[in-house]
Design a binder for this molecule. Structure first.
Ligand code: RB5
Length: 146
């Protein structure tokens, strides 16, 4: 039996409903770790983006999924952590190419932007698409040097 991917989830108050629903759905097929936030109280998204980003970089989880209102704040925050390639996706094509060409290791979603069914499709495609490597590896290496 192949080992399940382990996904680290995070969110702020603007993304908590989407995060909780995605965990509920995806935990049937993946191992999940929830880095919070755990209530609808207003919090600062960089705190939770950093927790997930550090979990990815340290290898505690294989990939991260972070939700906020727009997906934007958490992506900016996560990309501050060296080794992170976080992408905001609102469609499945962007999700697929962010894996094929950019080896994205964190997916950011906006609860106020995408509906649950679209978010689930985006997650599944993003989690199941492998990096193509080849010429794209050189470019990802350049990103890692920045
Ligand atoms: C919170 O209101 C909201 O600003 C946050 O969830 C996110 O959308 C920021 O980018």
């Amino acid at each position: 039996m192949t080992k399940k991917l382990k996904i680290g989830f995070g969110c702020d108050h603007g993304g908590i409903n989407l995060k909780n629903k995605l965990i509920e759905i995806l935990k049937k097929d993946y191992d999940v770790e929830d880095y919070g936030t755990y209530s609808a109280d207003s919090v600062d998204y960089p705190i939770y983006a950093k927790k997930v980003a550090e979990a990815v970089v340290s290898g505690n989880v294989d990939k991260g999924i972070i939700c906020c209102g727009s997906g934007i704040g958490v992506s900016i925050a996560a990309n501050k952590v060296k080794g992170i390639r976080a992408v905001v996706c609102s469609d499945t094509t962007s999700a697929r190419y962010s894996r094929l060409h950019n080896d994205a290791n964190i997916l950011c979603l906006g609860e106020r932007i995408v509906g649950l069914l679209t978010a689930e499709d985006i997650c599944r495609i993003w989690l199941e698409t492998d990096f193509e490597g080849g010429r794209h590896q050189r470019r990802v290496d350049m990103l890692n040097e920045m």
